[in-house]
Design a binder for this molecule. Structure first.
Ligand code: IPM
Ligand code: MN
Length: 372
């Protein structure tokens, strides 16, 4: 299969983790005889520095012409600490999501059995966790009208949703639930927000077309608590943009590192794949960032194009790195493996799951590597 991939490494650790995902995609090309074409473009703070805008037209065009986008991360502290900044890196990602019509952000949350002790939560609470968040991505408070009065003393952000915006993602979430454990939880704040009441109404109506899926509702404050108290109760969580942003970061704690969670953002015509973590500027260039979220995002890209066997090979190679302890320091503070080494290990294990990247187990324990 030929796939044209727009690669947008972005800021902070973005370039480092995307480079590892790319190695793994190249390993898939080699092993399964595919041809992927990569075209790179600037986005975020780096694009502001180079071209004065976080999403240059040339970058948008490249993404529109590609079959898929592989995205790194976005954000820079120099903008976070400047409330007066008119141009911000995040605007690049938001505009890209809007322009590409990526209305559904899919964020799976799973516990890797090998990492069960990495979680700050107790084993008995987290074991069996396997849910997926369907986060609406192009509406709500992120995109509603923003106002600030002249004196700069009163500001507002409008949270607006239409029936159409709710129903298109709801259908995707119900279809996902149908092929999983057949449970869908709508997370909202319908006791307070009019927009949430519209979500309930529309979703309850759509539920009638999916009789095999059981639907329940949870207020977002309660959901935040339940995700930590009893995460295995969830199968598919459907929610609006900002609630989804918040609870997906919360969900990442369950698995022990935010560096593990991938995501797919899809629309009717385009698809983008990115880790849920941010640009982690403190780690930039230090070769310590965990590349797994980015690599698993590439696996979601493969699945999006129906390359299931290839995605399984990638996931297996990731599992192997976890089993063998070939991990970055976020998963094992004593580990001396870097981002790039972990990426090489995973990529080599895709090419040959048996022995092309054989390592001396003793040295693995010592945090040293010997590539045979
Ligand atoms: C995410 C990020 C973004 C968001 C930021 C970088 C704009 O936190 O993808 O979760 O809030 O959607
Ligand atoms: Mn976020």
């Amino acid at each position: 299969m030929n796939i044209k991939i727009a690669v947008l490494p972005g800021d902070g650790i973005g370039p480092e983790v995307v480079a590892q995902a790319r190695k793994c995609l190249q390993a898939v090309e080699e092993t399964f005889n595919h041809h992927f074409e990569y075209r790179e473009a600037a986005v975020g703070a780096i694009a502001i520095d180079k071209k004065g805008t976080p999403l240059p037209d040339s970058t948008l065009k490249l993404c529109q012409e590609a079959d898929a986008v592989l995205f790194g991360a976005i954000g820079d502290p120099k903008y976070d600490n400047d409330p007066e900044a008119k141009v911000r890196p995040e605007q690049g990602l938001l505009k890209l999501r809007k322009e590409l019509g990526l209305y559904a952000n899919i964020r799976p949350v799973k516990v890797f059995p090998t990492l069960i002790n990495n979680s700050p939560l107790k084993r008995k609470i987290i074991s069996g966790t396997d849910f997926v968040i369907y986060r609406e991505l192009t509406g709500g408070i992120y995109f509603g009208e923003k106002k600030i009065n002249e004196a700069g003393t009163v500001a507002s952000d409008l949270c607006e949703y239409s029936e159409k915006e709710i129903s298109r993602i709801a259908h995707l979430a119900f279809k996902a639930a149908k092929s999983r454990r057949k449970k869908l939880t709508l997370v909202d704040k319908a006791n307070v927000l009019e927009s949430s009441r519209l979500w309930r109404k529309v979703v309850a109506r759509i539920a009638e077309s999916y009789p095999e899926v059981s639907l329940d509702f949870l207020f977002v404050d309660n959901a935040a608590m339940q995700i930590i108290l009893n995460p295995s109760q969830f199968d598919v969580i459907l929610t609006e943009n900002m609630f989804g942003d918040i609870i997906s970061d919360e969900g990442s704690v369950i698995g022990g590192s935010i560096g593990l969670l991938p995501s797919a953002s899809v629309g009717d015509e385009n698809a983008l794949f990115e880790p849920i973590h941010g640009s982690y500027p403190q780690a930039r260039g230090k070769d310590i960032a965990n590349p797994i979220a980015s690599i698993l995002s590439a696996a979601m890209l493969l699945e999006h194009f129906g390359l299931f066997e290839e995605a399984v090979a990638m996931r297996k190679a990731v599992d192997k790195s976890l089993e063998k302890g070939v991990v970055t320091p976020d998963l094992n503070p004593k580990s001396r493996y870097g981002t790039s080494y972990v990426g090489d290990f995973i990529a080599h294990n895709i090419v040959d799951s048996e022995d092309s990247f054989r390592m001396n187990d003793e040295n693995i324990d010592l945090g040293k590597s010997t590539i045979i």
